[in-house]
Design a protein around this ligand. Structure first.
Ligand code: SF4
Length: 338
């Protein structure tokens, strides 16, 4: 794949946050690639750093966070080199849209839905997005189109209603419309279906897939659920304790997982698990991460050299990437857990 086919490239990203108990090493050499028009899932257990990665791309890290190394290249431009003013003016909410996790918290209960969504459009496209006059009309017409696209019934009336007058699923549809309001090229969705019931979750996932196809969007979809990845994502990157450990096409990863963590994560998914044993041990603390491969204290295939250095990532001809010594030249991969 040529660099021109990639919309977003995260390379060797390291982020730490000083705390009263020491420096938390949240991300450690994370790599991610989002090709144009693809939905890429970032999957891992709670606390693995996937939401921090999403926030780093958006430029909304906690004030104390430090970027120790790496690059976030969007359309050929390193976002880490931009100041907050420039990010707000040109990128965040405009080129990169955001769908938050909780539709019950993300909308202001004191303002009508139309007021809130139109404000986003006025902020990022003061000329109405059509290069000239009639901005109010242009914004309103685009918003009504978007509300139809996200399947909100009676869009005209919806603009005059308050958030509490919508169900959770409808509110998430409104937030999706807000994320698309300024015609972004990339949409970041941070567990947007976690707060919804299973039926509504499925509807939202189908809607996101339809919208991505219709508008030619790329999407970074953060989730802890491999079932969601299987339903929605073209590609997936697996994270463990702040490290990217495996990535590639979703079908390939689901059928032929290579990293021991991915294999165990899939083996204990409710759709596949034969028992509820889970993965032994606990996720490493970012305050004291194990040296080398951070999974080594829990890995059934660990060898002495796993604790020495972070394993290099090897990528096969099909783009399947894995960071594990078992796949280094001359190594014999371990058997996959049943
Ligand atoms: Fe297990 Fe070693 Fe591979 Fe890490 S590098 S996943 S500890 S075998």
């Amino acid at each position: 794949m040529s660099a021109g086919d990639l919309l977003l490239r995260v390379e060797g990203l390291r982020i730490s946050i000083p705390t009263d108990d020491g420096v938390a090493q949240i991300l450690d050499h994370v790599d991610l690639r989002i090709p144009r028009g693809r939905i890429v899932g970032v999957v891992g257990e709670s606390g693995c750093g996937k939401s921090t990665l999403a926030r780093a791309v958006l430029g909304i890290l906690p004030r104390a966070a430090r970027v120790d190394a790496g690059r976030i290249v969007f359309e050929g431009e390193d976002l880490l080199a931009l100041d907050q003013r420039e990010l707000t003016r040109r990128i965040r909410g405009k080129e990169i849209g955001f769908i938050p996790q909780d539709p019950f918290l993300a909308l202001n209960p004191t303002f009508k839905v139309g007021t809130q969504l139109l404000e986003i459009m006025r902020w990022h496209a003061p000329d109405g997005g059509d290069g000239g006059g009639g901005r109010r009309g242009a914004h309103r017409a685009r918003l009504l189109d978007l509300l139809r696209a996200v399947q909100i019934a009676d869009p005209e009336a919806a603009l005059d209603r308050y958030p509490h007058q919508f169900s959770g699923g409808q509110r998430q549809r409104l937030l999706i419309a807000g994320a698309l309001a300024c015609r972004p090229r990339l949409v970041i969705a941070d567990e947007p279906t976690t707060a919804l019931d299973v039926t509504t979750q499925l509807q939202i996932l189908r809607l996101l897939r339809d919208l991505a196809n219709r508008f030619g969007l790329s999407m970074l979809f953060v989730t802890h659920d491999f079932g969601v990845v299987a339903q929605l994502c073209d590609d997936v990157m697996v994270m463990y304790a702040g490290q990217s450990v495996e990535g590639g096409g979703t079908a390939e990863i689901l059928e032929r997982p290579r990293h021991p963590y991915t294999q165990l994560l899939l083996a204990c998914h409710p759709d596949r698990a034969q028992d509820l044993a889970g993965i032994p041990g606990t996720v490493a603390s970012p305050l004291a991460p194990p040296p080398g491969c951070r999974f080594h204290p829990r890995c059934p295939s660990a060898r002495p050299d796993c604790a020495v250095a972070r394993p290099a990532t090897v990528v096969d001809a099909g783009g399947h990437a894995v960071g594990c010594v078992l796949y280094h030249a001359g190594a014999v991969p371990a058997a996959r857990p049943s």
